[in-house]
Design a protein around this ligand. Sequence first.
Ligand code: AKG
Length: 283
Amino acid sequence: MFTAPQLEEYRREGYVLFSEFLSPAEIAALRADLDSIATGNSLASHDKTRLEMEPDQPPAGRLIRRLYEPCTHYPSFRALSDSAKLLDCVEQLLGPDLIFHYSKINMKPPHIGSVVDWHQDWSYYPLTNRDSVSILFYLDDASVENGCLQVIPRQHLQPLIDHTTGGFFRGKITEKVDESHALPLEGKAGSVIFMHCMTPHASLTNTSDKPRRTLILSYRAADAYPIYCGVMSTSADPHLRLVRGQYATAARVTERRIPIPRYETKVASLYELQEQARAAEKK
Ligand SMILES: O=C(O)CCC(=O)C(=O)O
């Protein structure tokens, strides 16, 4: 459970870092599962529905960038997403009726791990209100060198920042970002960041010789209803689960203006979208 000061910090800053949330034994078990899941994939041969490889490696290269929906596919990650310890915290943030939304693991392998540009998660999946949280579990010690998460605090009550150019969604903030208030959130393996869906965040390339694996789970209040935006909305459906309380009988609408992410070509991952946007900016 969160203490009152931790809850206050989340509400004020738009995030809170919870140290030692997972024990060394829990971390070791998750890492062992991750190693066995990752085994046998290469850039040339892997299941694109389950994972995304780092693109900048030879065809036989085995560096994975992201695993999709581990809480749907693998029991240990599913158990964590259903655990009372975690859901008690989520309930303190979002209330008693909770929908599990999605999960992923960003691998950031040594020396190559991809950059993540500034963005707000809500821009990818607009909801009728802002009661949605992204929860990042550090599975390795995370530092600036291996690309720990960075956040810009106190932005979560402001309007959504523009993520478009020419009317198309770019997967990243397209205005100039004032990084003077950005905070790198370094933490030991087992630390967890609870981050409001409107908090701008980013991470740098991994320049170190250590991995920075991060499990990310997202939950929303049952009455934070998704705004339909084509395949991006429906592709989440198989992974949605009511994990506490009741389904909502009505959406709670707090937003007057809800930008809809419109993709210029096809729906792409965060990494691909941001790579395309950076390439277009250089032209
Ligand atoms: O892995 C990271 O550093 C951040 C990832 C992120 O923001 C995302 O996958 O939405």
